[in-house]
Design a protein. Structure first.
Length: 431
């Protein structure tokens, strides 16, 4: 199973309901309102944790819910706030709203946090609705529902150096040779199924410790999806340097080289703008030794950086380290993420005051708008006073006028969020 793309359902806690209670004291015949407010629901956050390297944990569990706020109670006691839920993700996790495809956050640097589900506000208790003309309000708000949605998490490894090449070229062998990583190595293609990361040692004098990623072999057509190509190519988008490993002993190293370059370009032309080191591997084998001079001339003519090596014998590896060390940025720059950092959060705030009216498939009127949907969710329609307040909201926001323009008549159904209402004839409409 490929583990760097998962879907999870996040559900922030609902706000607690406000209370509609009245003071009860022996010597006070009719006490005033004393209903406390509901507590806010817990929110759901994603946080970048350096200890995480895969999204594996999320494949076992898909549903995550923060706790809801407590209800308000009498004597102005407020409900308790719900606990926030913080989910740790590896650096390089891009977060999408699964329904819209919108990128919500691009989590790059350790410690970055993104709010992905806002907890509902607690409902106000009836003490808030007391006025000089209305001394004993029975109205209290229900808690606001917590945000809920499906997220798609995608991991793009954040490595300084990315190894690309056809299957069996020797990428994993090279990773193992220059780092302490122990990837699986075998003499058949597609041995590597998940990316491996290692830390490269550039020598005692050099304090830089670049990370190097070995991604599964790419094949012709990878850029259009062949062999999970897209998923693998995603991982090299963020590397600073690409090392293109070519099997020098293959039938046609020239063709091998060209295939990978065209796949990189088709996936994203910017990939070919990165510094690229072409590693002509397996020169311990005679066919590779024979092919090397021509291959080298051709690359140099193209202005490419090219060197010969044997990942198994160690030949050329010192030169390879030196080459990487020369191209790699300073230690300070390496400490930051390879791209402009910062959580990129694009939130589409649903219309706040505004609203829209459509017809559902069954002919019911559908009202959309953040403010009115929230008001509907927070109204307890069983309490007449609360229902009346909601009616006034509809009038104040101009929604009932628009509904009549849209042709609504008594008995029609109106849906607002998950609330369904039946339109009643208005006095001035009666015929
Ligand atoms: N003779 C020789 N064999 C090598 C060299 N480098 C790798 N190999 C062999 O080539 C085979 C494939 O090596 P891997 O490192 O698994 O290749 P890979 O590019 O990671 O392959 P995938 O994971 O399938 O993409 C193994 O049998 C290695 O031992 C080398 O420099 N010389
Ligand atoms: Mg491999």
């Amino acid at each position: 199973m490929f583990l760097d793309r998962v879907k999870i359902w996040v559900h922030a806690g609902d706000g607690g309901d406000g209370a509609a209670t009245f003071r009860q004291e022996a010597h006070v015949p009719r006490g005033g309102p004393d209903g406390g407010d509901g507590g806010r629901g817990g929110s759901v956050y994603l946080r970048v944790d350096a200890g995480q390297t895969t999204l594996r944990d999320f494949t076992h569990r898909h549903h995550y819910k923060a706790t809801s706020g407590g209800r308000g109670t009498r004597a102005r006691r407020h409900g308790s706030a719900g606990d926030d839920l913080v989910l740790d993700v590896p650096p390089g996790t891009a977060v999408y709203d699964d329904a819209t495809g919108e990128l919500l956050a691009d989590l790059v640097a350790v410690g970055q946090v993104a709010l992905v589900g806002r907890g509902g506000r607690g409902g106000l208790g009836n003490t808030h609705f007391k006025s000089s003309t209305h001394q004993a309000p029975k109205h209290a708000q229900k808690g606001e529902p917590g945000e809920e949605r499906w997220l798609r998490l995608e991991l793009r490894l954040i490595a300084d150096v990315g190894l690309v090449g056809l299957p069996n070229a020797g990428k994993s062998t090279l990773l193992a040779a220059v780092t302490a990583a122990t990837p699986k190595i075998a003499d058949y293609p597609f041995t590597t199924l998940e990316p491996n990361l290692g830390v490269m040692d550039l020598g005692d004098e050099d304090e830089r410790r670049p990370t190097i990623a070995d991604v599964p072999g790419l094949i012709e057509g990878a850029s259009s999806g062949a062999g999970l190509g897209h998923a693998f190519l995603r991982h090299v988008e963020r590397t600073r340097i690409l090392v293109h490993v070519v099997d020098g002993s293959s039938r046609d190293p020239e063709w091998d080289h060209e295939v990978i370059r065209s796949e990189l370009e088709a996936h994203d032309p910017a990939l070919l703008q990165k510094p690229i080191v072409v590693a002509f591997n397996k020169v311990d084998l005679p066919p590779a030794r024979e092919a090397w001079p021509a291959f080298r001339r051709a690359r140099e003519a193209e202005g490419l950086d090219v060197l010969a090596m044997s990942a198994t014998d160690g030949e050329g590896l010192a030169a390879f380290r030196a080459r990487i060390g020369a191209i790699l940025p300073s230690a300070e720059e390496l400490a930051g993420p390879p791209e402009p950092s910062g959580v990129v959060i694009h939130r589409i705030e649903a219309m706040e005051e505004g609203f829209s009216i459509d017809r559902d498939a069954d002919g019911a009127f559908r009202v959309r708008g953040r403010r009115i949907e929230r008001a509907a969710a927070q109204t307890n329609f069983d309490v007449e006073e609360s229902a009346e307040r909601f009616q006034r909201d509809l009038a104040r926001l101009g929604i009932d006028t628009e509904l009549r323009r849209a042709g609504i008549v008594a008995g029609d159904t109106v849906r607002i969020g998950s609330t369904e209402l039946e339109w009643e004839a208005q006095p001035w409409e009666r015929v």
